[in-house]
Ligand binder design. Structure first.
Ligand code: FAD
Length: 391
């Protein structure tokens, strides 16, 4: 591989930072450039809905500026990549610059979904970036009534953090329970219980019909006719891959950037990693994972593949966590919402559940049970019979 132009990584998050680190760790000595549309050094997102929003943490920088200087990694911050020409191996930036690359890594993450039918009122927010988290925190300081639309992980965490700040919170979810599409209704109800115990008004099986106000948001109207006071609304209904800038490039897109099992795209010398990337898994299925630990796992595979080095085996037991109040919810494996759920421990707050499909354990989910969750790893990796864990 020629190293004259070097490797360009587009994105200013975890995937960009981990890829650059892994490249230097793998003794790649050519130029590395990170291009990010954000003005911040690459930073970590999990604290945005937790410690940052709660006012307990301000600095989420992954590595200090010296790290990039010492490792000869060029940072082009505050400028978006707007297009790529794979034939010319050239990237165009919003400021008009063009950059040549030998290899291009797409790490542009996600764009939070909004509800287009909602009026344009101050106080309706989404949460993906540091600036959005700080703005939400500032507003939460004077808010009395918040409505969080969507009880996925980010919606649930935002509800918990706002509650911790003393805001009255209504959590609205069209599905029968929080997190039902990921963890199933049974565990979703345990999560709903946790929020209700903390004083959150959890409304499931109902959607938002309208949001009203004059200038600032004032009311949220639900499908069932309920009118909720609101001086703050957070929309947490999921995100879509940030691939708009790749339209027309010829790089295959389908719910993200389509990659093989090493992050290689359909286009030579173009790779993708992190939340934006749909990798082929060990069962030949395209899967896009939106969890933190997946990023480092992918970097450990993508970088050697790109450098022509030995590629380690892919991680087969995925993991993620979510902090809500004092309870760390952890998930190991690939439990499905339709799997049979065996709740083996439940003290009214903390819980542990094993997931089963066709007699085989698919995953474990725990709330406040870290040791017990991790203990199940070997059984999940081995595809053990569920009886091994229940017995
Ligand atoms: P990102 O971190 O989103 O980074 C993408 C970067 O690319 C951004 O800086 C973006 O601005 C930039 N970018 C986009 N388009 C362009 C462009 N055209 N040109 C230049 N730059 C561009 N996971 C867990 O497992 N547990 C958790 O508790 C958890 N909590 C989370 C809480 C929040 C609020 C969020 C948002 C995510 C959370 N996650 C959690 C998920 C985890 O943070 C992500 O999996 C991880 O951030 C993915 O990293 P990434 O680099 O792929 O994407």
């Amino acid at each position: 591989m020629s190293t004259t132009a070097g490797i360009i990584i587009v994105g200013g998050g975890l995937a960009a930072a981990r890829t650059a680190e892994q490249l230097r760790r793998s003794e790649f000595s050519g130029p590395i450039t990170i291009v990010s549309d954000e003005d911040h050094l690459p930073y970590d997102r999990p604290p945005l809905s937790k410690e940052v929003l709660s006012g307990k943490l301000d600095d989420v920088t992954l590595k200090p500026a010296e790290f990039y200087a010492e490792n000869d990694i060029t940072l082009l911050l505050g400028t978006a990549a707007t297009s790529v020409d794979p034939q010319a191996k050239q990237l165009t930036l919003a400021d008009g610059r063009t950059l040549d690359y030998d290899e291009l890594v797409i790490a542009t993450g996600l764009v939070p979904k909004r509800i287009p039918s909602l009026p344009d009122l101050a106080g309706i927010r989404v949460l993906r970036s540091y600036d959005e988290s700080m703005a939400l925190r500032r507003q939460a300081g004077s808010a009395r009534h918040a409505v969080v639309i969507g009880a996925g992980f980010i919606g649930c965490e935002v509800a918990a953090s706002l509650r911790g700040l003393g805001v009255n919170v209504v959590l609205v979810e069209p599905q029968p329970a929080p997190l039902a599409s990921v963890l199933g209704q049974q565990i979703g109800e345990l999560v709903a219980r946790l929020h209700r115990d903390e004083g959150v008004d959890v409304r499931c099986g109902v959607g938002v019909a309208d949001v009203r106000g004059t200038g600032d948001v004032e009311k949220v109207i639900l499908d069932d006719g309920a009118e909720l006071d609101a001086d703050l609304v957070v929309v947490g209904i999921g995100s879509t891959p940030a691939t708009g800038w790749l339209e027309g490039s010829g790089i295959e897109l389908d719910n993200g950037v389509v990659c093989d099992a090493t992050g290689r795209t359909s286009t030579p010398h173009v790779w993708a990693i992190g939340d934006v990337a749909s990798w082929r898994n060990t069962f030949g299925k395209q899967v896009r994972v939106e969890h933190w630990s997946n990023v480092a796992d992918q970097a450990r595979v993508l970088v050697p593949a790109m450098l022509g080095q030995d590629v380690p085996a892919a991680v087969t037991v995925p993991y993620f966590w979510s902090d809500q109040y004092d309870v760390k919810i952890q998930c190991l494996g690939e439990p499905g919402a339709d799997d049979t759920v065996h709740v083996v421990s439940d003290d009214g707050r903390k819980f542990l559940a094993y997931y089963e499909r066709d007699g085989v354990v698919t995953g474990v989910v725990g709330g406040g049970m870290p040791g017990k969750v991790m203990k199940a790893r070997a059984k999940i990796a081995a595809g053990a019979p569920i009886s091994d864990l229940l017995g």
